[in-house]
Design a protein. Structure first.
Ligand code: SAH
Ligand code: SF4
Length: 377
């Protein structure tokens, strides 16, 4: 087995090149070919010495993940389902907006946290993705979209680790992937435009602050421990007080001066006015002016096994108003791509359910894969 070069951040690639008896700066050239130009064939890399290209051919490869399906939503959202072997699949979702292009990336096949309202959580945990499997989602999407949109410029300006899985439970693979996203020789994304979303793995929040501080989103979903224990089982290990203290510590290193709190609005469960007031108290308790944060209310995206319902819009809006009136910046997330099950928490890596896939194809516009299709690489 040769090494998949998508497995490395620039430092890792430099070590790999040194192992081949090459100077470290060659790694920079190679890294740029891979991530900035989307090259997968060493013969394309004409400014590398032929001898190096020959060495690379025998010791390395650059491989994306096979694409099982691709769906485009009426709103421009595109969802890819990637095969990661052994019957597992993960999803990535591209969300175009006027001023940015966001890719939502998966970190695990399944998830061990098991949140009640999350379809990935219901599916259980299969395995961690490797750095190459995390980065391959961005590598493929960026270069596919450039071809598809016929542009040389960067298409993806933001990455959110909000796909399948709990990124902070796959820390060692996550960090090199984040570093490649940030690297000027890689994707050159600013730290503010790369967001790790976590259900609250407290020790790893502290490590992320040390190793690779990027924007942080914390999935809160409840203002007190009893309710959160029930919705996000990880809360039994890292209760709210500990979690919010970790958020306050994180702010010292964070590229943004606030933490985003995500809050999934569940009908009759966590969406009452008293919950909003309890949230305000909770945030104020942590810090003189309160913990600097923004709230992002996510209307629940239902799926059959959850037994839960989405809060009515009027209730979401009055909840948002209580928070805003208390001085907390609050937004309600627009649901994107829900016609292709690409909305938050609907990502289940559903490969086996062919009938459903067929139904969706019949209903939707599918766009053809251009020649860069991963399985041809
Ligand atoms: N594991 C991480 C990141 C992936 S989930 C986390 O939990 O933060 C990304 C976001 O989608 C989280 O805020 C999560 O709470 C939310 N989410 C999960 N299931 C959802 C659903 N069915 N409807 C709406 N949001 C959901
Ligand atoms: Fe895992 Fe996040 Fe889903 Fe919870 S919400 S089960 S942590 S992916």
């Amino acid at each position: 087995m040769t090494a998949n070069l998508l497995e490395f951040d620039l430092e890792g690639l430099a070590v790999f090149c040194e192992g081949l008896g090459e100077k470290r700066f060659r790694a920079t050239q190679l890294f740029r070919w891979i991530h900035q130009r989307g090259a997968s064939d060493f013969d394309q890399m004409t400014d590398l010495a032929k001898s190096l290209r020959e060495k690379l051919k025998t010791s390395a490869h650059i491989a994306a993940l096979p694409v099982i399906s691709q769906h485009a939503s009426a709103d421009g959202t595109i969802k890819w389902l990637f095969d990661v072997g052994d019957g597992n699949a993960v999803e990535a979702v591209f969300i175009p907006e006027d001023d940015r292009g966001t890719l939502c990336v998966s970190s695990q096949a399944g998830c061990a946290v098991g949140c009640r309202f999350c379809s990935t959580g219901h599916q259980g945990f299969s395995r961690n993705l490797s750095t190459a499997e995390i980065l391959a989602q961005l590598w493929f999407a960026e270069h596919f979209l450039r071809k598809h949109l016929n542009t040389d410029g960067r298409v993806i300006s933001n990455v959110v680790m909000m796909g399948m899985g709990e990124p902070l439970q796959n820390y060692s693979a996550l960090v090199p992937a984040l570093k490649a996203m940030l690297d000027d020789h890689g994707y050159g994304l600013s730290r503010r435009r790369v967001t790790v979303s976590t259900s609250g793995v407290v020790p790893m929040i502290d490590r992320l602050a040390q190793d690779c501080p990027v924007a942080l989103a914390v999935s809160l979903h409840a203002p007190f421990d009893d309710l959160r224990d029930n919705l996000v089982p990880l809360n039994r290990k890292y209760p709210l007080d500990e979690l919010l203290q970790a958020c306050t510590r994180y702010l010292a290193a964070a590229p943004r001066d606030f933490i985003t709190f995500e809050y999934c609005m569940l009908d009759g469960v966590n969406d009452q006015p008293e919950h909003a007031h309890q949230l305000i108290d909770l945030v104020r308790k942590h810090g003189h002016d309160g913990l600097r944060c923004k709230f992002n209310l996510i209307p629940f995206n239902p799926f059959p096994a959850s037994g839960l319902l989405r809060s009515p819009l009027a209730r979401v809006q009055s909840f948002a108003k209580i928070l805003s009136d208390a001085g907390l910046v609050t937004t309600v997330r627009k649901t994107r791509g829900d016609d292709i099950d690409a909305a938050c928490g609907q990502l289940a890596g559903d490969v086996k359910d062919r009938t459903r896939v067929q139904d969706r194809i019949a209903l939707q516009r599918t766009i053809p894969l251009v020649p860069v299709a991963a399985d041809s690489l």
